[in-house]
Write a protein that binds this ligand. Structure first.
Ligand SMILES: [Zn+2]
Length: 238
């Protein structure tokens, strides 16, 4: 058994254990661990209220839409939280990615859907894929879980296989912006571009900081004739 298969099984066990814990203690807030009330899900209303939501002003919407200016042509960019180092969003992302709070990702995907402009007609939701080895290691793709939550609210189909990640890149937290971009520019491929011709897709990722990963996807998508892209992330540095 190779390392990835071994870690993959380890992670599956962790997910099952966490699911069992969630069944055993479904009524604790994931942040403060206080008992949840009947109308609360995953988080108590007080913690939910304290999260750093993006404000819905026209100014902020414009700032979001400008995040990719000069890099790639994006229709609209949507996010739910303002991402700053040390704020509660980091805790949420950590809970999702490393403590397997998969239902939490879906829950926030639903909240993110409320930001998406319904008039902006979208054909498919495309989660930014993980490399198959990383997927096996983690056991799930957090972007797919967000996409599932978006799908439940927006009723737009999720397509998991239209973009593939072909390079397994290591954690990018310590490299510079330039190196990051160099690292990611050719990491995605689109096996059947005709399926995306003249389509408007919503590209989904967990967090948008330098935008390098999303930009790498955009470069591939925007080569397709008539393909329009909007972006939705759980959090973004605006
Ligand atoms: Zn709480």
């Amino acid at each position: 058994m190779d390392y990835f298969s071994y870690m993959g099984i380890g992670n599956q066990i962790k997910i099952v254990t966490n699911s069992i814990l969630d069944i055993a203690y479904p009524n604790d807030c994931v942040i403060c661990e206080n008992d949840l009330k009947v109308n609360e899900q995953h988080m108590c209303l007080s913690c939910l209220y304290d999260l750093p939501y993006i404000d819905n002003s026209e100014q902020t919407k414009e700032k979001l839409d400008k995040l990719f200016w000069g890099r790639a042509e994006v229709e609209r960019t949507y996010t739910l939280f303002d991402y700053q180092k040390g704020n509660m969003v980091q805790d949420i992302l950590h809970l999702i990615k490393y403590q397997n709070k998969t239902k939490l990702a879906q829950f926030f995907g639903g909240k993110l859907a409320e930001q998406v402009d319904k008039k902006n007609e979208i054909d498919f939701i495309l989660p930014v894929p993980l490399h198959p080895k990383k997927l096996k290691l983690r056991g799930f793709n957090q972007s797919s879980l967000l996409a599932k939550g978006l799908n439940e609210r927006l009723n737009i189909p999720v397509k998991e296989k239209l973009i593939r990640r072909i390079v397994h890149s290591d954690s990018q937290t310590t490299v510079s912006k330039y190196e990051r971009w160099d690292n990611v520019k050719n990491i995605f491929t689109i096996p059947n571009p005709s399926k995306l011709k003249d389509r408007h897709v919503l590209l989904v990722d967990d967090v948008l900081t330098t935008g390098a990963t999303i930009e790498a996807c955009l470069k591939q998508l925007l080569q397709i004739e008539g393909c329009k892209v909007s972006v939705a992330t759980l959090a973004a540095r605006v």
